[in-house]
Design a protein around this ligand. Structure first.
Ligand SMILES: NC(=O)c1ccc[n+]([C@@H]2O[C@H](COP(=O)([O-])OP(=O)(O)OC[C@H]3O[C@@H](n4cnc5c(N)ncnc54)[C@H](OP(=O)(O)O)[C@@H]3O)[C@@H](O)[C@H]2O)c1
Length: 265
């Protein structure tokens, strides 16, 4: 039937399918989300898939990662688990190649995986140089390598969105947060640097500060925080996915805060 009836519309409204169809703004897009086995990354993978994107999920913990991918598949989405360490140089092209083989050329790349460095967080004077190095490897060099592997193809196709998940630690200084903060400040500037170099190609690059969320990372950093004061990563993910869906209106090189993104759409 080509023309839907009022009854169809009403029954769609009742069972929610009309709303869901309207929200499938990322239908057919291929997305790669790192750190997708829990917290914000898992929530974002679910949200992108709910909007119709084919999603590849990356993290080290295979069981947790496969469980998130299975949950997405069970709810009708397309998701593929790709266990890997983003701080491992040798994994870069394996991730990019396998992702493209699974879902096609990547349209949306989200650098969400991150480490705090050693916890409990410690003063810089008590920090081993190797710990700073490892944190930079995961939080900055890994995203750099993965973007290198993906952005050329995006530029050739004339479109793409690269999102770096940042933190307020990138712009504020807190005692004991130095290692993580340095990595996030570098990630922000890496984002802006990619943006100016890719300007005019159709590829947009942004960084987003998600704000404080109730996740394992937050609990590892501030164990005595009251979870009731922290955002639900699912709500943050909905706002970020809304931004991804409106990518054409996103200013290349912007640093955005989720608190300023407004509602998901
Ligand atoms: N939570 C907050 O309040 C907050 C505030 C500001 C910014 N952020 C940022 O938000 C993002 C998500 O954080 P979250 O709170 O959701 O953290 P989370 O719950 O600890 O999740 C981190 C994810 O990254 C993965 N990961 C860590 N190291 C990895 C590596 N080397 N290779 C591949 N995957 C790796 C983890 O899985 P595996 O351990 O299994 O690999 C997990 O899936 C991060 O970029 C974080 O810096 C969080």
């Amino acid at each position: 039937m080509l023309v839907s009836t009022r009854e169809d519309a009403m029954s769609n409204k009742e069972n929610g399918t009309a709303g869901k169809r309207e929200e499938r703004t990322l239908e057919g897009k291929a997305a790669l989300v790192t750190g997708a086995s829990r917290g914000l990354g898992a929530a974002l993978a679910k949200e992108l898939a709910r909007r119709g994107a084919k999603v590849v999920l990356v993290a080290r913990g295979e069981d947790e990662l496969r469980a998130v991918a299975a949950a997405i598949t069970a709810s009708g989405g397309e998701a593929h688990a790709l266990p890997a360490d983003v701080g491992d140089k040798d994994a870069t092209y394996a991730i990019a190649g396998a992702a493209a083989a699974l879902v096609g050329p990547i349209d949306i790349l989200v650098h969400n995986a991150s480490t705090l460095g050693p916890t409990p967080l410690r003063l810089l004077l008590d920090t081993e140089c190797e710990d700073l190095g490892r944190t930079l490897e995961v939080n900055v060099v890994g995203p750099f390598r993965l973007t290198k592997a993906v952005a050329g193809g995006m530029a050739l196709r004339g479109s793409g969105l690269i999102v770096h998940i940042s933190s307020d630690a990138a712009t504020n200084t807190y005692p004991r947060w130095g290692v993580y903060a340095v990595s996030k400040a570098a990630l922000d500037h890496l984002s802006r640097s990619w943006a100016v170099e890719l300007e005019g190609t159709g590829v947009r690059v942004v960084s987003i500060d998600p704000g404080e969320m109730n996740t394992k990372m937050h609990a590892d950093a501030i164990p005595d925080a009251d979870p009731a004061t922290l955002a639900d990563p699912a709500e943050v993910a909905a706002k970020i996915a809304g931004l991804v869906a409106r990518a054409d209106g996103v200013s290349n090189g912007a640093r955005l805060e989720v608190s300023g993104l407004g509602g998901a759409s």
